[in-house]
Design a protein around this ligand. Sequence first.
Ligand code: HSE
Length: 388
Amino acid sequence: MNIGIIGFGTVGSGAYEIAKAATDINVKRILARHGREGYENLDDIITHNIEDLIEDKEIDLVVEAIGGIEPARTYVLACLNAGKHVVTPNKNLISAYFEELTETASRNGVELRFTSTSGGGIPWLFNLMRTKRCDKITQVRGIVNGTCNYILDSMYDKGADFAEMLKIAQDLGYAEADPSSDIEGTDTLRKTVISANIAFDALLKEEDIYCYGIDTIEARDIAYLKEKGYTCKLLMNAKLTDAGIKAWVEPVACPLTSLEANVKANNNLITLVGESIGTQSFYGQGAGRLPTGESVVQDVIDIRDGIKMEYSEKNSKKYAACSCDEVQKYYIRHNKMSEDIMSFIEKYEEKEGVFYCISKPISVARMHDMGRHFKEEGKPMFFASIRE
Ligand code: HSE
């Protein structure tokens, strides 16, 4: 199979390395602004013109690894409309334009695969689609951001400061170019949109999902939770209910005996619950050049070998987002005790002017609305739901 690659940065070149080892995959053209050091042998197949890929009848499939929304969206739509299959690790694009892109692929009778968008090298979406072929998925959840897990794990192990650990995660190359999307939870939110849409044949949008990240966490939150037998993790959550889909992203205080609590460094742990199969978890490297590149190439091989996946926009629109009325207890740390907060606090301790609170059971929507309100007022709090 002849393929083209759009973008020859970290993931594009990682996919090239893995593709070299696969039989019957020939990289015919690469769209890039310039060549890459160490890959001078590819200068002849590099082009600056997308038409060289689109008009080449011998290219059956294009890997889009340019990242971001534009020009990635225009290029992917052009490839699909030209009858070419597309594989992409671009979670921003798939999350933002899920419906348009899946619909365009379906209309043109070609495949659009994006296993590497969620979980990096872990075959999470592949197995989610596979499970769904003969089961009903009722829940997806887990740790899908390696940067946040690295920060939280180091803060727990070393009592380290948030900013210091973020800097190290950036230096190690785990974080996004703009790390605010990691720490504010947006990266996890995008992976939640994609995972939930696959799991439930849905068309959730980013704005359907409540999201609170770890950007307001401090070493004293980790110390408080550690003393009570918890460690903190940033989790995606999506559940299918009779009313629709509830989906949210938030920090969770996990008991030390839980699987999530024991996920070290930048690893991911992603779980599905199926009516027949029960609970299944997938663990491994959720980021990185070669793990992500391998996941991209596995999608290419599946398409080459005619392995069809269940997701199609024909199945979708079955379920919509519903109110996030899931009720849980929360740990809340705040510098100021207001009447608003007092109204749902079960107990609290005050130490040096800081309030460490445990809430009564309250809804995700109520807690997140309050967290957002205080952030907008410039008095951010930190909260984490408490997993029993
Ligand atoms: N910044 C992301 C992470 C990269 O840390 O998980 C992989 O999507």
